[in-house]
Design a protein around this ligand. Structure first.
Ligand code: KG4
Ligand code: ZN
Length: 358
């Protein structure tokens, strides 16, 4: 008889408090519950996430959210085989809440505890809806990270390129703020873009033809800031959003072409799989351009299900499940790691002073 493996995942790295129960049976993984509580209302008036308020909201909600995840999954708490919680990267005060809560449950149930890298959760999130084999090329686009990585296996990453300044989600959010869209504005940019003239504003594409598949978005923000006085009515907002969306799509297409080549040069197995994950992977325009580019280059292109692009605990539980099968457990004294990178050997590359070789 095949044993079921049941994992509880907990996520609290930024402004989402989340818990999920997933279960593997006969090699198939099912999400039994996936509860996410977002803190939009807590941070709205500040125009961004306030760490202390976020942490307090996590403290207030984490037990209720976890209880809900367990009751919705219809499992008995004793059926849980392991507890996985995000240990980094993220806001230290927020990570601490979920990690400690996860450890406490693991200790009280006397079950293995698994510390998860949040970015690894995003990296393998398409596994819920597609067959995903190593190695693959990953484009991780979230609110805090923007990287191309060669993924050779669980915990085995080589960074091929990174943003040298803002993350892509951050660029979306800042643009939205300049246009006057309420926080968090990223997802609304594409709605505005659908109604605008994408040819109206000419925006820069920093380091487009140099620096390998490294990226830069800070110049775009500055350009948009300069255009702000010209934004007087709704039509102007739609046009600027459309021009921004188009510019981002063009940057990602060009940089992905470079990343494809770098990946093929690195990877002896020629597994032509391209995964796009993280909050910004929910953007339909980006998805359609990168899907087409992949088809033209004979890459299989995988995105997570739309509901799993943003932060969630199902992806954290999935990393936990994989580690449970490898018997990779952590001690209860495992500490939060707010700067935990997927490729810990990659050099720090940030700031306008960074020299990008061509
Ligand atoms: O992965 P995620 O939920 O959180 C982090 O780990 O950072 O990503 C959140 C980011 C935010 O910046 C948000 O504005 C952006 O993803 N985002 C989008 C869209 N949906 C979420 N950006 C552009 N288009 C979208 N549809
Ligand atoms: Zn995330």
């Amino acid at each position: 008889m095949n044993k079921k493996i049941t994992v509880l995942g907990i996520e609290s790295s930024c402004d989402e408090t989340a818990a999920s129960i997933i279960q593997e049976e006969n090699g198939k993984v099912k999400i039994l519950s996936n509860i996410i509580s977002s803190q939009f209302d807590v941070h709205k008036e500040f125009g961004g996430v306030v760490p202390e308020l976020a942490a307090r909201a996590h403290v207030e909600k984490i037990d209720l959210i976890t209880e809900k995840a367990i009751s919705e999954s219809k499992i008995n708490i004793n059926q849980i085989d392991a507890i996985a919680a995000t240990a980094g990267p993220g806001l230290i005060v927020c990570l601490t809440v979920g990690l400690n809560f996860g450890k406490t449950i693991a200790a009280s149930l006397n079950k293995p505890f698994i510390a998860v890298n949040h970015l690894e959760g995003h990296a393998i999130s398409p596994k819920f809806n597609s067959e995903l084999n190593f190695p693959y090329l990953l484009l991780l686009i979230s609110g805090g990270h923007t990287q191309y990585l060669l993924v050779e296996g669980l915990g085995n990453y080589k960074r091929l390129g990174t943003t040298i300044d803002d993350a892509l989600g951050e660029a979306f959010d800042k643009t939205a703020k300049i246009i006057g869209i309420e926080f968090p504005g990223g997802p609304k940019i594409e709605k505005y873009a659908e109604r605008g003239n994408k040819e109206r504003f000419k925006l820069p594409k920093p380091i487009l033809n140099r620096g390998g598949c490294n990226l830069s978005f800070a110049g775009l923000k500055t350009a948009i800031l300069r255009m702000q006085p010209k934004i007087k009515n709704q039509k102007d907002r739609f046009d600027l959003a459309a021009s921004f969306q188009k510019t981002i799509e063009e940057i990602l297409v060009e940089k992905t072409k470079v990343a494809f080549q770098m990946y093929l040069n690195e990877n002896n197995y020629f597994n032509k799989t391209f995964v796009v994950a993280g909050g910004v992977a929910a953007n339909k325009g980006i998805k359609s351009r990168l899907t087409k580019l992949s088809a033209d280059n004979k890459f299989e292109c995988l995105f997570p299900d739309l509901s799993l692009c943003g932060d969630n605990a199902a992806m954290i539980a999935l990393v936990g499940l994989e580690k449970f099968k490898n018997k990779t457990f952590n001690e209860l004294n495992f500490n939060v790691n707010p700067r935990w990178q997927l490729d810990e050997k990659a050099e720090f590359l940030k700031g306008a002073g960074v020299k990008i070789e061509s």
